[in-house]
Design a protein around this ligand. Structure first.
Ligand SMILES: [Zn+2]
Length: 163
């Protein structure tokens, strides 16, 4: 049995998982919001996502379907924060960079290569890097990025996609 199996099993069986919380200072009031955390398998690339994503996007485009990723979207330095050295894959117009761990090869997040006119950079974190209990109930948004660019939801959640 691998060293991480017991921890993993206890997370899967947990019905009362409670997220890490962060102070969000908005105006005069600080409110507490959940923080999702993800890391690659070896632990050197990490991300956090402040708040609970509305959905987890499963995309059929040429790259996402190969990676098998589930994305939660945000902006770098806002709800999304990343750390650790990565290698980056991009192609064609080099609009997006897909960041993966040079040691264990997990695809941890993508980020726009150039900031938008407001100086913000779109980003998406791969929810498969999170502990299962953190993300199990997030609805899946099926996005046909290969042909139609249409999205739909069918009631499935991340827990239904995991195995
Ligand atoms: Zn790694």
């Amino acid at each position: 049995m691998h060293g991480w199996s017991l921890e993993w099993l206890s997370l899967c069986g947990s019905r009362d998982w409670r997220p890490a919380m962060a102070e969000l200072n908005s105006g005069r009031e600080a409110r507490r919001i959940p923080v999702l955390e993800g890391s690659c398998h070896c632990g050197s690339v990490r991300w956090t996502f402040n708040g609970v994503p509305e959905s987890a996007t499963a995309c059929s485009c040429t790259v996402c379907r190969r990676y098998g990723v589930l994305w939660a979207y945000g902006y770098d330095g806002e709800e999304v924060r990343v750390s650790g050295e990565t290698r980056v894959y991009s192609w064609d117009d080099r609009e997006l960079g897909f960041h993966f761990c040079p040691t264990c090869a997990c695809v941890a997040f993508w980020r726009a290569i150039e900031p938008d006119p407001q100086g913000r950079r779109r980003a998406g974190v791969n929810l498969r890097m999170a502990d299962p209990g953190q993300v199990a109930q997030i609805p899946i948004r099926h996005f046909d990025g290969y042909e139609t660019w249409q999205a739909h939801e069918d009631g499935r959640r991340v827990a239904d996609m995991w195995f």
